[in-house]
Design a protein around this ligand. Structure first.
Ligand code: PHE
Ligand code: FE
Length: 287
């Protein structure tokens, strides 16, 4: 993910990449990856989009532990022309968009501490690689991510990154997709989280409503806890088709005059899959 005001750390190249230094990981760091991987891999069948489960195979490399980005990139390159490059952490928006537009996914090279298995603030290599890379092996999603990068450059030039960021948030990070057997997870923020991968699909608290581009770009989101609302796409083809074939220029202008929609709101025009009780969020509200 990207962030606006950051200074490039010493040792990072002008595109913010750094060597992954796979040999420098400790046995304990590899063990953390293996533990997280095993736990999520057990959790995800029956909950996750088939495209994601298929893509998980690109992560099964010749060595156990944290994937070596070179070997991973070779695999991914053969599948969809994507690569994974290491960065120290969050990078500026323009750098992030440039990498995506060139089919390079930026991943933090550090891994969380053993006492942070369930939650951490900044995306680490487990979130970035386990969460994001499997879908980059899917041809349709791979094209969506590149198009998003191109759209990001354009949004940056127009000063409307915040609007486009909502699209990333509600699809790439926290998206759900319909399947023949019900809703399935695909957002990286969900599938890399032990607790949210159950909450997002099974908890009665959040709303789950049909993907609608304009509506989505007016909707606020929260970064501090489980989502109160998830947007559901019909398919990755639908997502790619609607975003690629919509000129966002006029859309940004149109949305300029419109108010934001509260996170938990349900509109009469929404295609509702689940009317959430919002019990989880309410229980946490200050009295
Ligand atoms: N079509 C969008 C634009 O005109 C770009 C975009 C494509 C954004 C795909 C997200 C995903 O800016
Ligand atoms: Fe992410």
């Amino acid at each position: 993910m990207a962030h606006a005001e950051l200074t490039r750390p010493e040792g990072a190249a002008s595109d913010w990449t750094i060597p992954q230094r796979w040999d420098a990981y400790t046995p304990q760091e590899h063990a953390t990856w293996d533990a997280l991987f095993a736990r999520q891999a057990r959790m995800l069948p029956g909950r996750t989009a088939p495209e994601f489960l298929q893509g998980l195979d690109v992560l099964r490399l010749s060595k156990p532990g944290i994937p070596d980005f070179e070997e991973l990139s070779d695999r991914l390159m053969k599948a969809t022309g994507w690569q994974v490059v290491a960065v120290p952490g969050l990078v500026p928006d323009d750098v992030f968009f440039d990498h995506l537009a060139n089919r390079r996914f930026v991943a933090g090279n550090f891994i969380r501490r053993p006492d942070q298995l369930d939650y951490l603030q900044e995306p680490d290599v487990f979130h970035d690689v386990f969460g994001h890379v499997p879908l980059l092996a899917d041809p349709v999603f791979a094209d969506y991510m590149q198009a998003y990068g191109e759209g990001g450059r354009r949004a940056a030039a127009l000063g409307v990154i915040d609007r486009l960021a909502r699209l990333y948030w509600y699809t790439v990070e926290f998206g759900l997709v319909r399947s023949g057997e019900g809703l399935r997870l695909y957002g990286a923020g969900i599938v890399s989280s032990f607790t949210e991968s159950v909450f997002a699909l099974e908890d009665p608290s959040p709303n789950r409503i049909g993907f609608d581009l304009k509506r989505l770009m007016r909707t606020k989101y929260r970064i501090d806890d489980f989502q109160q609302n998830y947007f559901v796409i019909d398919s990755f083809e639908q997502l790619l088709d609607q975003t690629l074939n919509t000129d966002f220029g006029p859309l940004y202008t149109e949305l300029d005059g419109q108010s934001d929609i509260e996170i938990e709101a349900i509109l009469p025009t929404d295609r509702v899959f689940t009317y959430g009780t919002q019990a989880y969020a309410r229980a946490k509200m200050p009295a």
